[in-house]
Write a protein that binds this ligand. Sequence first.
Ligand code: 5GP
Ligand code: MG
Ligand code: MG
Length: 189
Amino acid sequence: MNSNTNLHPNVKTLLFSENEIKERVQQIGREITKDYQGSKELVLIGILKGSFMFMSDLVRAIDLPDTLVTLDFMSISSYGASTTSSGVVKINMDLKEAIEGKDVIVVEDIVDSGLTLKHLLELLQSRKPKSLATSVLLRKKEGLKVEVPVKYIGFDIPMVFIIGYGLDFAERYRELPYLGELKEECYKH
Ligand code: 5GP
Ligand code: MG
Ligand code: MG
C-alpha cells in the first residue's frame, strides 16, 4: 500500500501491504516456475471468490512457456456470513474441464481449520490428476484441525479475521488492495 492510501475505517490493523503481498506472490510464482519445469500441462484451480486476486497476480508471476498452462475455477462455500468454519463444504460451481492426467495446483485464499481444503483435495484426487498441489495465501496455524498439505504458502497469520485482497466479510471488503484485520465490532454483536 502506498503511504498515502488510507486504511478502510473498519480495518483494525494492516497485516500485509500491497507491496508486501506483491513481493511474496512473485516469490511463489518463481518457485512454481522452477518446480514445474518439464510439465506438459498445468492447471491452476482458483477457488472463488476469495482467491481471485491472488490467482490473478500469481498466474502473472509464473513463466512456463513450454507448458500448456490453463486456468479453471470452482466455487465452494463453507462459511456463509459467519466467521467460524462449519466444516460443511458445498460445491456451487464445478470445474469446466477434466483434470485427469494433468498437473494441478489449487489456489486458495486462506486455510483456518483446514476442513474446506481437505474435503476439496479428496474430491479432486478422485479425478486422477497427474499431481495435486496447493498454493495458499494465508494460513492460521493455530486453527488447523486436520492435517492438510500446503506446498506454497504466502504468510502464516494469527487467529484474527482477515479481509481484503479478495477476502470478504459478508461479501464486503474484497476490493481492498491490502490484507487487514477486521474490527471486532464489525462482526461481533
Ligand atoms: P477452513 O475450512 O479452513 O476452516 O476455512 C476456510 C475458509 O474459511 C476460507 O476459504 C475462507 O473462505 C474462510 N475463512 C477462514 N478464515 C477467514 C478469515 O480470516 N477471513 C475471511 N475473509 N475468510 C476466512
Ligand atoms: Mg477460500
Ligand atoms: Mg468468505
